[in-house]
Design a protein. Structure first.
Length: 548
C-alpha cells in the first residue's frame, strides 16, 4: 500500500499503525525530559478524546477551536477532531483577546482546546463562558476539562466518523494583516494533498526529522509538519520553552529546517556575538580552516545534519542569504498562501538555490502570470472558499478556479520571483506608483534594521519607518545613524527619482504582535504602521534619520 495515495488522514494513520505502530514519531520535551509518542499511543489518546467529545454532545461538522503553542497534544487533538468528523479552528497562540473572541464567534466554535501559552491570563478574557475549555497537560489556563483526566476516564472510541475527501476539515483564519481575519475552508483532500506534494518535492522519508516551532495554527506548519507526518512518517520534535530552544534544536538535529526572515536574522546575530563577522569571513577564506569553521557553527546550531533549509513568510535579504551560503547553509525561499494550504513553491534536494526567487512551483501546482503581473495560482490543495464570506470568495477565486494571490511575480526558467504586492503599491503625491517590497529588500542588507515599512501615500517622496535589531540597541546612536545614512544613499542610487527614499524614521517602540504592528507570522501590518507614523513622515526633513 502506498500511503501517499491514500485520500484521508485516518487511512494514513491506520497504514502507519499496521506498518510499525510502536515507532516513536512525536518528541515532546517537558521540563527537560523527553516524552515520546508512537503511532499506537497517538491513535489511543486521539480515540479517547473522541469518546469525550462525543459525550459532550458534539456532532460531525461542529467547530472546535485549538489555542496552543506547538506540542504533541496539538497534533493528537487535531487527529481526534478528524476521527470525530469535527471541524478544527486553529487560533494563533499569540492572538489577543479581541482576535480570539472574533474567531470563536465567527466560526461558531462549540469548544476550545487550550495548551501551552505565554499570556493565557489576558487571552482567557476572549473566551466566552458559553464555550467550554479542555486543557492540554501543561501549566496554564484553567479549564472545565483536563487532558489527563479525559485519558484516564474514557475508553477508546471503537469507530471513527466516516468522512469523504471533499468534506470540510478545517477553517484556517488568515493572520489579519489588512483587517479582520478571513476563514479559509479546507477539506480533507486539500490537507492530504498539501503534505503529499510538499513531501514529494522535499523527498521526505521516515528517516527525516523536523522541528516544529512555527505556529501549527498557520497553514505552512500544518502542511509541512502535520500533513507531511501523516503522509511520510517523519519524526517531529517540539520545543520545551523559548529558553530551551537552542538545546531542543540540538536534540532534534533536524534534517529539514525552515524558518522566517526575522528568526534567520536573529540566528545570525547570535553567531556573530560569539565571533565577529570580520574574523569569521577571514577564517572562511582559509582552505584548511573553512570546513572546520562551517561544521563547528552548524553543529553548535544543531543544523549539522540538515539537508534542506527553507525560509518563507516574507523576503529574506540577499546579503543574509549570501552570508549563510558561506557557511554551507543554502536557504531556499518558498511561497504559499492560507488559501492554498501553504502550497505554491519551495526548494527541493538537487535544485539550485536562486537568490531573488522563491524556487519552483510544487507538484500539482499551476502558476500563471496575468497581464498586470499578478500571480494566479491553482493547486491540489486550494480552499473551498471563505467561511461566511461569499463576496470575498468571488473576489479571490475566479471562474477558472485560480486564486488571485495579490502578489506580483515573474517566471524565468521555471523559477518564480515575487516582485511586489498589488495592495502594497502606493501612489505618492507626485502621482507616481511605487512598489515597496523590492526597496525594503535593499534596506534589509543593513544589519541594524529588524523590521521596516516603506510609506508613500500622501507623501511627496517615500519615507522608511524601521525597528532596530536587538544588537543595535546597545550601540552608539551616531554609529547607527551613520550606517543608516550610508544605506539610504546607496539604495537611492538604484532608484528612479520618484521612488527615492526621502528619510528614515526609527521607531523606538518595538513592533510586536501585542502592540499590533505585526501579524502572528511576524509580517508588518502596513495599515497600522502608516496610520501611526504618517503625521511624522509628512514633517520629517529630507536626508535625515528621525527618532520617535
Amino acid at each position: 500500500m502506498n500511503t501517499v495515495n491514500l485520500s484521508l488522514p485516518a487511512e494514513k494513520l491506520t497504514y502507519w499503525l499496521v506498518q510499525d505502530g510502536s515507532r516513536d514519531v512525536l518528541f515532546q520535551p517537558i521540563d527537560g525530559e523527553m516524552v515520546t509518542f508512537n503511532w499506537q499511543q497517538i491513535n489511543s489518546e486521539a480515540r479517547k478524546l473522541v469518546s469525550f467529545l462525543q459525550e459532550q454532545g458534539l456532532n460531525p461538522g461542529d467547530k472546535v477551536a485549538i489555542l496552543s503553542k506547538n506540542c504533541a497534544h496539538w497534533i493528537i487533538s487535531d487527529i481526534a477532531l478528524m476521527y470525530a468528523g469535527l471541524v478544527s479552528v486553529p487560533i494563533y497562540p499569540t492572538a489577543n483577546k479581541d482576535t480570539i473572541s472574533y474567531v470563536l464567534e465567527h466560526s461558531e466554535s462549540k469548544m476550545i482546546l487550550v495548551g501551552k501559552l505565554d499570556n493565557w491570563q489576558a487571552q482567557a478574557e476572549g473566551i466566552p463562558e458559553s464555550v467550554p475549555k479542555l486543557a492540554f497537560p501543561y501549566p496554564g489556563m484553567p479549564a472545565e476539562f483536563n487532558w489527563n483526566e479525559v485519558q484516564d476516564k474514557y475508553e477508546e472510541a471503537e469507530n471513527i466518523t466516516p468522512v469523504k475527501p471533499d468534506d470540510l476539515m478545517t477553517i484556517l483564519y488568515t493572520s489579519g494583516s489588512t483587517g479582520n481575519p478571513k476563514g479559509a475552508m479546507h477539506n480533507y483532500q486539500s490537507f492530504v494533498n498539501a503534505g503529499k506534494n510538499v513531501g514529494k518535492r522535499m523527498q521526505v522519508s521516515t528517516e527525516d526529522r523536523i522541528m516544529s516551532y512555527l505556529p501549527l495554527s498557520h497553514c505552512t506548519e500544518r502542511a509541512y509538519v502535520e500533513s507531511t507526518l501523516l503522509s511520510y512518517g517523519l519524526k517531529v520534535y517540539f520545543v520545551d520553552s523559548l529558553d530551551t530552544f537552542a538545546q531542543d534544536l540540538n536534540n532534534a538535529k533536524p534534517t529539514i529546517f525552515g524558518s522566517v526572515p526575522r528568526l534567520w536574522t536573529q540566528f545570525q546575530k547570535k553567531i556573530l556575538t560569539k565571533m565577529p563577522n570580520r574574523k569569521l569571513q577571514t577564517l572562511l577564506k582559509i582552505p584548511l580552516l573553512n570546513n572546520i569553521v562551517r561544521n563547528k557553527i552548524k553543529k553548535q546550531m544543531g543544523l549539522d545534519q540538515a539537508r534542506l533549509f527553507v525560509s518563507g513568510s516574507a523576503p529574506l535579504s540577499e546579503k543574509i542569504l549570501q552570508w549563510y551560503s558561506k557557511l554551507d547553509i543554502n536557504i531556499g525561499e518558498g511561497w504559499g498562501m492560507t488559501e492554498s494550504f501553504a502550497c505554491g513553491s519551495v526548494l527541493g534536494p538537487g535544485m539550485d538555490v536562486r537568490i531573488g526567487t522563491v524556487s519552483k512551483p510544487l507538484p500539482g501546482t499551476e502558476v500563471v502570470i496575468a497581464e498586470d503581473s499578478e500571480i494566479l495560482l491553482k493547486t491540489e490543495s486550494d480552499m473551498l472558499g471563505y467561511y461566511k464570506e461569499e463576496e470575498k470568495t468571488k473576489e479571490t477565486l475566479n471562474e477558472q478556479g485560480y486564486i488571485h494571490t495579490g502578489d506580483l511575480g515573474e517566471m524565468q526558467d521555471g523559477y518564480l520571483s515575487i516582485v511586489g504586492r498589488k495592495k502594497d503599491i502606493f501612489k505618492t503625491e507626485k502621482g507616481k506608483y511605487v512598489a515597496p517590497i523590492p526597496i525594503e529588500s535593499e534596506f534589509g542588507d543593513n544589519e541594524y534594521i529588524e523590521q521596516m515599512c516603506l510609506m508613500g501615500t500622501q507623501l511627496v517622496q517615500p519615507v522608511l519607518v524601521i525597528n532596530l535589531s536587538e544588537h543595535a540597541l546597545a550601540l552608539d546612536k551616531k554609529d547607527i545613524e551613520q550606517s543608516l545614512l550610508e544605506t539610504l544613499a546607496a539604495v537611492n542610487t538604484k532608484l528612479e527619482a520618484h521612488a527615492k527614499v526621502s528619510a528614515i524614521i526609527v521607531a523606538q517602540q518595538a513592533w510586536t504582535t501585542d502592540s499590533g504592528e505585526l501579524t502572528p507570522t511576524l509580517k508588518v501590518k502596513r495599515h497600522v504602521v502608516e496610520k501611526t507614523y504618517l503625521p511624522l513622515a509628512q514633517k520629517v526633513e529630507k536626508g535625515t534619520i528621525s527618532w520617535h
